[in-house]
Ligand binder design. Structure first.
Ligand SMILES: [Zn+2]
Length: 493
């Protein structure tokens, strides 16, 4: 019987892919511990007589020869990452370095027993292995299967992968997107910026009779890539705004300011301690006013924002006026949120910044900010803005080398092929987007700027949480889509 993948029953495809996934789930593979997963993949290809190499970063690269008559078709890379985010539900005993993922399958979903599932990106790996084993069922040029390590914690696998693996390739299909029917065709580059300034403390003037601890809390927070366009409140910006409003009424000095947890998290809480000659009742009024108007403006995102004040004993020391001014100037001048939306698509952010953390201690104040932009020129512009602001406010700025952006190419042939095949197979058009997150493809396109790339995937919900689950009905259509796309590429030249 001459059965192709495109005519094969969906259930057979699903079962085949899930068999591979079950093998992978037995192997503990948190980021930076991909050795065993590397062994498994290496053996998989060796057992099939295929050429496979592994580098010292645990990236695995395998070569699959073209089908007969397609030897001159362009080389296509199929890529997925081997590591996963390992998290367990409270009370679940789980050692990510030692324990397998226990799978539960029902009618609609695959999920794990008390832990994350690792469909991100184990299902991409399992699908590529399935396609390799069933390569006689579709016509294809040379295929290179690339499995990267450490995607979830710094992308060191993708960044260190030898560029020779990309030099001779025409197309790259990444299987790490999380929604079937959604194509990712561009990503942001990230700049990690640490602002620092040495602090000088003085004893507070006895005329500063109001001493207060103020807390901004009950905020939604969120991810600085995925949620920055939702317009949520940044607790640090609110804190500095209150400080300035009090400063417009009288003299105010700061004893302490802390808030936020990470570069990439929108801060949901900030705390600060002040000494001021503004009456306590007036400080309370200012805080109540800010709380009320924030609740109005941000009713859709942060309806419960809460600003609390508490009278406290006089702090022993406060920041010198100059330090106070420099700090509040910097935090006021640098915008936190969306810098620019895409001129082509008004729902997509192409430049943003997130003030993630502020912390004063005995010696210095440290501020952490993560800026993102979907092309290299915007990254350069943001770098300039941020370093100038630091200079003007007498701060040191430690600006990281940016992770590479993957700029959307409207002339992409791969995108045209993918739209055509997807619509043909599924009866509806895919959604084409760029992401404001950083993805591995940013590193790949820097290794070969001519590479035509797309990121696609099955539908995986609640990734990076114990509720992660795979929509089973998207697996077979996704495998058929990849096979169809590869056939299209093979027939294109
Ligand atoms: Zn992933």
């Amino acid at each position: 019987m001459n059965e192709t993948i495109l005519t094969r029953a969906d259930k057979a495809i699903l079962d085949g892919v899930l068999d591979n996934f079950a093998e992978l789930a037995k192997i503990p593979r948190p980021s930076k511990h991909e050795q065993q997963a590397g062994n498994f993949l290496q053996k998989f290809f060796e057992a099939r007589g295929l050429n496979v190499v592994r580098d010292k970063f645990n990236n695995v690269v395998a070569e699959i020869p073209a089908s007969k008559g397609r030897e001159n078709s362009p080389l296509t890379i199929l890529q997925a990452h081997t590591d996963m985010v390992c998290v367990a539900r409270d009370g679940v005993n789980f050692d990510p370095i030692k324990d397998p993922i226990r799978l539960i399958r029902d009618e609609k979903f695959l999920y794990a027993d008390g832990t994350s599932l690792g469909a991100d990106d184990g299902i991409g790996v399992a699908e590529i292995l399935y396609l390799v084993d069933n390569r006689d069922a579709f016509s294809h040029g040379k295929i290179r299967a690339i499995f990267t390590a450490d995607e979830e914690q710094g992308m060191s696998g993708a960044s260190n992968l030898d560029e020779k693996f990309f030099a001779d390739a025409g197309f790259l299909i990444n299987c790490d997107a999380q929604n079937f029917g959604e194509f990712i065709v561009g990503c942001a580059g990230c700049l990690f910026v640490t602002f620092k300034r040495e602090l000088h403390y003085v004893r507070p003037d006895t005329k500063l009779f109001t001493n207060m601890a103020i807390t901004v809390g009950n905020l939604r927070g969120g991810h600085s890539g995925g949620d920055i366009s939702r317009g949520r409140i940044n607790a640090l910006k609110v804190a500095v705004q209150i400080l300035r409003r009090i400063g417009q009424r009288g003299k105010v000095r700061l004893a302490k300011l802390t808030g936020g947890k990470a570069f990439n998290a929108i801060p949901d809480r900030a705390e600060f301690v002040i000494a001021t000659d503004v009456q306590a009742a007036d400080v309370e009024k200012i805080c109540a006013h800010v709380e009320t108007y924030l609740r109005e403006i941000y009713a859709a995102t942060d309806p419960n924002v809460k600003i609390e004040t508490q009278i406290i004993p006089r702090p022993e020391k406060v920041l010198h006026a100059k330090d106070f001014d420099c700090l509040t100037n910097l935090m006021t001048l640098i915008h936190s949120g969306v810098y620019q939306m895409s001129p082509e698509n008004s729902t997509q952010v192409i430049a943003s910044a997130n003030f993630g953390v502020v912390q004063t201690d005995d010696e210095r104040v440290t501020l952490k900010l993560l800026a993102r932009a979907n092309n290299d020129d915007l990254i350069a512009e943001l770098t300039d803005v941020l370093s100038q602001a630091a200079k003007l406010c007498a701060f040191e700025a430690d600006i990281s080398k940016p992770t590479p952006a993957w700029q959307f190419k409207s002339e992409s042939r791969l995108l045209k092929f993918a739209e055509e095949i997807f619509t043909q197979q599924n009866g509806y058009a895919p959604e084409v987007q760029t992401t404001h997150m950083g993805v591995e493809l940013g590193f790949f396109v820097k290794k070969n700027p001519a590479l035509d790339m797309i990121s696609i995937g099955t539908t995986n919900e609640h990734i990076h949480t114990p509720n992660e689950r795979l929509h089973l009905d998207t697996v077979a259509p996704h495998v058929k889509f990849i096979a169809g796309l590869i056939e299209k590429i093979a027939a294109s030249d």
